[in-house]
Design a protein around this ligand. Sequence first.
Ligand code: OOG
Ligand code: MG
Length: 265
Amino acid sequence: MTVTLNAEAITRLTERVEGAQTRGHAIPRLTEEYPAMTIDDGYAVQSALRARYLAKGHKLIGWKAGLTSKAKMIQMGVDVPSIGFLTDRMARPEGTEVSVKGLIHPRVECEVAFVTAKNLSGPGCTAADVLAATDFVLPAIEIIDSRFSGFKFDLESVVADNGSAALFVGGGRPRRVADLDLPTIGVVMEKNGEMLAFAAAAAVLGHPAEAVAMLVNILHDLGESLPAGSFVLSGGITEAIPVKPGDNVIARYQGLGSVSVRFVD
Ligand code: OOG
Ligand code: MG
């Protein structure tokens, strides 16, 4: 870990990101004030943010991998995956209306979610380890919302902003990984009846379990591990699509069913 910011700077940045997340207002990239900040500084802010939410009673339910597909990396101009944490407050039920109140410029992503049955820890965690520890996988829609103006960021800033995590919806049909050929599963994302993006799950690092293994290895660097019963988002398979109140989004997964969300004010 190469944390370069002092404790005071980390606290300042954590409060700034928390304010932007809870009040839903955009802020400049953190690197504008701290151009030399490192990715580890970003994770130091993210860890402090997690501690603050947990102290307020939010429950950690899992983690998210992000920027794990070429489509996402190209869209965001970042070529290294990142991770973020997920809490109970971010979960929304499937097939219901989801309010975008408090979000700045939400976008949706279709992802494969993993639910684990065994603890996983790094270093050296592999996709095979992840598959052996997985209880089931299910389709998910992640609703991301960057707290940075114009949805423009660098890796240091987005890591501090918890990987743009905002809300997520799991749904479809949970399936055992042994019964699937996960990489070849096709996904189609529709908004208001129009097919806007499609790809196969292999777009995520060749196999979504690779993204979970990467996440576990980053967790190790943060002094954390992934407990059994965790919910893990493995990263957007296609580029993310902007949404606004009135939009209907449906993500259809071959063999895994579909997840749908209607956005409201
Ligand atoms: C960063 C979060 C990316 C994914 O699935 O790739 C992410 C962003 O694009 O805002 O969640
Ligand atoms: Mg995502």
